[in-house]
Design a protein around this ligand. Structure first.
Ligand code: FES
Length: 970
């Protein structure tokens, strides 16, 4: 029943405003209806804090505050803290310190910090962490947020502050002589933010734009809370789409009657499997041909997990749509469900995909989607001859991305009757291609673009809302906005594949002679990306130590849980956890030093990556070798920075209840998918001498728009700010596969570099003609000028003026694309220091330090942000993040609070050291960094727990109770 509206008078940002709304409305909705779009919805349950505003100067969660509670009080939103159009010191500090990645939490962080600093102008660091602990951030791990608040506090106290810089050092030939800044030794512990440290070999110095810690180009608008996210747009006549989800893990719809829902005033469409075409597809945003099976349809009469799609409604408001959903008459035939992957493979288990129109399931009777066996050398022979065989079974959790911006899509018909999809997607071009057959439109009648993304981490590589939202617009003719609730992000979107990883190594004469890995990947109700995730995991896991005799067998298995799909780390996190822990277990059992043992086996520069051909992503791969990077260098630096050897030896001797531990892992990832990923870019010179950079690459908050402009700027001799970046829009930018597979810096960066080289050639040619010279190649581009060998020059503004208006008139513009058969692995040594309470099993991580080789570091602050955020997600994977299900398949922790991602007051010190290498295939020597930084955290933490307690935690997350049992059993 629709409630009567009432008038309220609110004081918002010092202005009195009249509001007409229903009693008890959430202040969050009232403020957003008034276009205060800096106020974000992240959960609606008071867990995440991104809706925080100030009430009489105190932070409150606007999702938990009723409009009546705001009457008579002063409400402040981020829009209200600027003075005379000038950013508040907190906004300025967040911009320059790199405290903003996706920026979805930023308005709430800034307001909370403002309230705190107003009361406590000179706080200690731990007080800051406590003060902001109610506002979650999934991207930054809070390192730069704390730094930003410290900086703003200093400014507000009238102190001068130095420029924000990383620490740059020359890399000596012999890293045993490394000159480590004292902060990096963390002698007194603590979590004070320290800048990223970059070691550069002499021969790699001399860059002018690349390697500089310039501010992310989107940071100012994010700091101001501008309406830049998918849910921030409103249109006349806009309807709200709401998804009805399955309450059962496995059921068939026996009957469904939507007539009462359709008759409800304000309802414009109700879609079910009965009125939507059954087109088989796969929701993963990947380049075609995607591996079979295509086991999904938009809406089905069979439901395979709690949260599966039942119906979708378009109505005048979310409330009316929800009322319509309550009016749908449904009868379910509830079927037996299976939620454990190993049980799902057994004879007699419920068959999840028994439909007859899905092709390509390996063994539907046993719910096995894919079964892969790959082997090189003679694995059985090596095991038969081994002196020792070590084996272990390792289990990893169903981790959720927990990006703070839920999935949001808006669709409408444009004036040319083309369907526009504005979506929080990592893959606009894939979405365009995938949606077309599902909605019955040719691809050319669809435009997809993404605004700013509030984080993605792989979850937005899937088509989640775009197909349903498009169909609602097609059925109603109206703009439609759809947004998952936080509960639906958990129950209806995607997660990481839980894995069972069974590893064996054969050792003869102290050397590992064979590695044998079997994994079971739980893909949930659909196989999307199951094959590629498991194959990528096998490749990374087996390449670390690169056995000449190696076998990888994997089963990808359906269960009645939400589909697993892409998540930062993409299989590598799971398999490397097993491999790294088993290698340390083997060293311990052999009584040899674990560093020496791993050092004797890890892959070295020049080595072929032996499994690269057998384990492509979903198909045969390409021959690869490691052409840059050195684990020895990374380990040696990391050991000095952590005093690893001394601590490791002394901690082994501990007794007592509270014990320290230190551990490490080595890790690797890839850079793009070899032979498949393609990206393109266009650069255009404009009047005035500035450039447009149009590209399909998607910035999810990582800073890719900025670092790609830095690459172009380095080539063209201009600062990154001279580029107006447009990315990504299927109508207005060239193709890019999207943001996934650690491909943006490497693949998109190479496309940008090539386009810049072409534009540079055109500028030189025109400049030479302007100066009457005949050797354009002799010109140098620097400081926005084309400079001839004799010192004469023309500015880019003059080149633009001449080429566009005066002489040999033409547009200086170039496009380029890039695909690579090389997939250079970035490498890292990850260290962790813990404290374990053996009476409770509680593990407290005190420090994580990552020493990273990502080739050339394009921007030290954004790269450091990736490392810090990646380690925080690895921390959660290791210690607390898991989607927990009961036997019926119902998830028990569908709120961010109980699910538990890292808060600011529980974050350890998170430090990053970069060791630059010149990757021959990378743009200006760069490799990827975004995913590898998550891969090594869990084994390093488990290694440290072993150092503290002498027990191996082979199952993640390491819950206190589980560790307590292990310690007590020992
Ligand atoms: Fe905090 Fe993305 S920057 S959630």
């Amino acid at each position: 029943m629709t409630q009567e509206k009432k008038a309220f008078t609110l004081l918002i940002n010092d202005q009195e405003m009249q509001v007409s709304t229903v009693p008890h409305s959430r202040l969050l909705d009232v403020l957003r209806d008034l276009n205060f779009m800096s106020v974000k919805q992240g959960c609606g349950t008071g867990d995440c804090g991104v809706c925080t505003v100030l009430l009489d100067g105190k932070p409150v969660r606007s999702c938990m505050t009723r409009v009546e509670q705001a009457v008579g009080h002063a409400v402040t939103t981020l829009e209200g803290i600027q003075q005379d159009g000038k950013m508040h010191p907190l906004q300025e500090a967040f911009v320059v310190t790199g405290a903003i990645q996706c920026g979805f939490c930023t308005p709430a962080q800034i307001l909370t910090a403002k309230a705190f600093l107003d009361e406590n102008p000179d706080p200690a660091e731990d007080e800051i962490r406590e003060a902001i602990s109610g506002v979650l951030c999934r991207c930054t791990a809070y390192v730069r947020v704390v730094e930003g608040i410290q900086r703003a506090a200093a400014v507000m106290r009238g102190e001068s502050v130095p420029p924000v810089e990383h620490i740059a050092k020359l890399l000596p030939e012999d890293v045993s002589q490394i000159d480590l800044p004292e902060d990096f030794l963390r002698v007194d512990g603590g979590t004070a933010p320290i800048p990223p440290l970059v070691y550069t070999p002499e021969e790699m110095t001399g860059m002018k734009v690349v390697g500089k810690p310039i501010v992310k180009s989107d940071a100012p608008k994010l700091a101001k809370g501008r309406p830049v996210f998918a849910g921030d747009l409103k249109m006349d006549g806009m309807l709200h789409g709401v998804l009805m989800t399955s309450p059962h893990a496995h059921a068939r719809i026996k009957s469904i009657d939507t007539s009462k829902a359709e008759a409800l005033p304000g309802v414009h469409a109700v879609l079910t499997y009965k009125n939507v075409d059954r087109v088989k597809h796969c929701s993963g945003g990947q380049s075609p041909p995607k591996p079979l099976p295509y086991d999904q349809v938009v809406l089905d009469d069979k439901l395979r997990f709690v949260g599966d799609r039942v119906a979708v409604v378009a109505a005048e408001s979310v409330e009316i749509a929800n009322e319509a959903i309550r009016l749908i008459d449904l009868e379910y035939e509830v079927l037996p469900a299976v939620v454990d992957a190993e049980e799902a493979m057994m004879d007699g288990a419920p068959v999840i995909h028994d439909e007859d129109d899905t092709e390509g399931i390996y063994d539907a009777e046993h719910n096995i989607v894919h079964h892969i066996e790959k082997e090189i050398g003679d694995v059985d022979g090596a095991f038969a001859e081994a002196d020792h065989v070590f084996e272990g079974t390792y289990r990893t959790p169903k981790q959720q991305h927990a990006h703070l911006e839920p999935h949001v899509t808006m669709t409408w018909w444009d004036e040319d009757d083309r369907l526009v999809i504005r979506s929080s997607t990592q893959v606009p071009f894939h979405i365009r291609r995938m949606v077309a057959p599902l909605v019955g439109l040719p691809v050319q009648r669809i435009r997809v673009y993404k605004p700013r993304l509030g984080g993605g981490f792989g979850n937005k590589q899937e088509m989640t809302l775009e197909d349903m939202c498009s169909l609602l617009t097609i059925h109603t003719g109206r703009p439609v906005l759809m947004e998952y609730t936080r509960k639906q992000v958990f129950t209806s979107s995607r997660s990481r594949h839980p894995n069972v990883v069974k590893c064996r190594v054969a050792v003869k004469d102290g050397k590992v002679t064979a590695t044998d890995i079997y994994t079971i990947g739980d893909t949930g109700a659909h196989g999307t990306q199951g094959l590629t995730v498991q194959m990528a995991g096998g490749l990374r896991g087996l390449t670390l130590y690169n056995s000449a005799n190696a076998r990888y067998v994997t089963d990808v298995v359906y269960t009645n849980k939400p589909p697993s799909a892409a998540f930062r780390g993409y299989g590598a996190m799971q398999v490397q956890f097993g491999v790294e822990v088993l290698m340390e277990e083997a060293a311990e059992a052999l009584g040899v030093d674990v560093v020496d043992f791993k050092r004797a086996h890890w892959i070295r520069k020049g080595d072929p990556m032996r499994m690269a051909v057998a384990l492509g992503e979903g198909r045969e791969g390409f021959a690869q070798s490691l052409e840059s990077g050195d684990y020895g260098q990374l380990m040696d630096i990391g050991m000095q920075a952590t005093d690893y050897k001394n601590k490791h030896a002394s901690y082994r001797e501990q007794t007592g209840t509270i014990r320290k531990g230190i551990g490490f892992s080595v890790t690797m990832h890839g850079s793009g998918v070899a032979g498949l990923d393609m990206a393109a870019a266009t650069i255009k010179l404009n009047d005035g001498g500035f450039f447009n950079l149009a590209m399909g690459a998607v910035d999810c908050g990582t800073g890719s728009d900025t670092i790609l402009a830095q690459i172009a700027g380095e080539v063209l001799g201009v600062p990154a700010e001279d580029f107006v970046v447009c990315a990504s829009d299927t109508d207005h930018t060239p193709f890019d596969k999207g943001a996934y597979a650690s491909s943006t810096t490497y693949i998109s960066g190479n496309a940008v570099r090539k386009a810049a080289v072409k534009v540079a050639g055109q500028i030189k040619e025109h400049a030479a003609a302007m100066l009457g010279m005949d050797d354009p190649d002799a010109f140098v581009l620097e400081d926005r000028k084309a400079v001839a060998p004799d010192g004469q020059f023309v500015t880019f503004a003059e080149v633009a003026m001449s080429s566009l208006h005066q002489m040999n008139q033409h547009q200086i513009i170039a496009s380029a694309s890039h695909m690579s058969y090389h997939c250079p692995p970035p490498l890292a040594a990850q260290f962790a220091e813990v404290e374990v309470d053996t009476e409770t099993g509680q593990v407290t991580v005190e420090r994580m330090l990552m020493v990273v080789d990502c080739g050339r570091v394009i921007n030290p602050i954004t790269a450091g942000g990736q490392a810090e955020g990646g380690m925080s997600q690895a921390w959660g994977f290791a210690l607390c993040e898991d989607m927990v299900y009961d036997q019926s398949g119902k998830q028990l922790n569908t709120r961010l609070g109980p699910y538990h991602i890292m808060k600011s007051n529980e974050a350890p010190s998170l430090d990053a050291i970069f060791v630059e290498n010149d990757e021959p295939h990378g743009p200006l020597g760069a490799k990827s960094v975004g995913e590898m930084v998550t891969d090594g955290g869990a084994p390093a933490i488990v290694s440290a727990i072993y150092n503290a307690t002498g027990v191996w935690a082979r199952e993640l997350p390491v819950y206190p109770e589980m560790l307590w049992r292990l310690v007590n059993e020992k």
